[in-house]
Design a protein around this ligand. Structure first.
Ligand code: CP
Ligand code: NVA
Length: 298
């Protein structure tokens, strides 16, 4: 059966193996496992990191990536996802899809005969979380037992994938979010089924106490633009500022998947400050993508 990566759940217990492979690949230990292989990348939304890291990753592994903006292909004019999946499967060896809807992601994977990688949708961002956990392992030497605190929109794609990834890897996770933005029960239940330790609370002075890792993400994800003003109001008090960061462990690291909106979810002094590893995290998208592709083709 073909493998897909639609959710962090799809890598399951192989998460740390993918991370360890990425660490080796970062040291230059990789082979051209994609020789003669082609990846199609469908983007319904903007991207800097996902697009470039997947293109470079494919090239380093000896393959070729084709960028397909939804508006440039017939999908944007009403061709069905089913037919797009069937046609692309006749040409390419893997499809990466950045979508608005997780239902469409599943539909593409259902009808494609080649692996499908979720390059972000409204529910999850699994490739980003693999890169983030690679960054944590690089900086902290382990994942199990660490305390991970995510501050901000607790019901977006990053929060969901962090919740699943933490449960799989044995990190304790706390989501600090206004009540209206607490994670969907599906993710909480899945994490608990896997033995995950998860706390959810509103902002308070102990929010990031004892954190080894503090992470945030935009308050206005792609697709949420119509609610921008409301969200900016709702998230007042949730900015990761120097004062917030000072309450984490003295050697805590700060993560942000980027793009960042300074002065909103994080201040510029934190993003460029001594705890921040955001550009190592961005670089790690590349090494994580290579390890993900290896996982798919092995
Ligand atoms: N973090 C991330 O996925 O960035 P892009 O939107 O630039 O791909
Ligand atoms: N939550 C953000 C992540 C961007 C990489 C979004 O979906 O826009």
């Amino acid at each position: 059966m073909k493998k897909d990566l639609l959710s962090v759940l799809d890598v399951g217990g192989e998460l740390e193996k993918i991370i360890d492979d990425a660490i080796k690949m970062k040291r230059g230990e990789y082979e051209k496992i994609m020789e003669d292989k082609v990846m199609a990348m469908i983007f319904e939304k903007s991207s800097t990191r996902t697009r470039v890291s997947f293109e470079v990753a494919t090239q380093k592994l000896g393959g070729h990536a084709i960028f397909l903006s939804k508006n440039d292909i017939q999908l944007g004019r009403g061709e069905t996802i089913k037919d797009t999946a069937k046609v692309l499967s006749r040409y390419v060896d893997v499809i990466m899809y950045r979508a608005y809807s997780h239902e469409n992601m599943k539909e593409l994977a259902k009808h494609a005969s080649v692996p499908v990688i979720n390059g972000l949708d409204n529910e999850e961002h699994p490739c980003q979380v693999i890169a983030d956990f690679l960054t944590i392992k690089e900086k902290k030497g382990k994942l199990r037992g660490l305390k991970f605190v995510y501050v901000g929109d607790g019901n977006n794609n990053m929060a969901h994938s962090y919740i699943l990834g933490s449960a799989i890897s044995g990190m304790k996770i706390k989501i600090v979010s206004p009540k209206d933005y607490w994670p969907s029960s599906y993710y909480i239940e899945k994490a608990k089924e896997m033995g995950g330790e998860i706390e959810i609370e509103e902002m308070n002075e102990y929010a990031v106490k004892d954190a080894d890792v503090v992470a945030t993400d935009t308050w206005v994800s792609m697709g949420d633009e119509a609610e921008k003003e409301k969200r900016i109001k709702d998230f007042q008090g949730y900015t990761v500022s120097k004062e917030v960061m000072e309450k984490a462990k003295s050697d805590a690291i700060f993560l942000h998947c980027l793009p960042a909106y300074y002065g909103y979810e994080v201040t510029e002094d934190v993003a460029y400050g001594k705890h921040s590893v955001i550009f190592d995290e961005a670089e790690n998208r590349l090494w994580a993508q290579m390890a993900i592709l290896k996982w798919l083709f092995d």
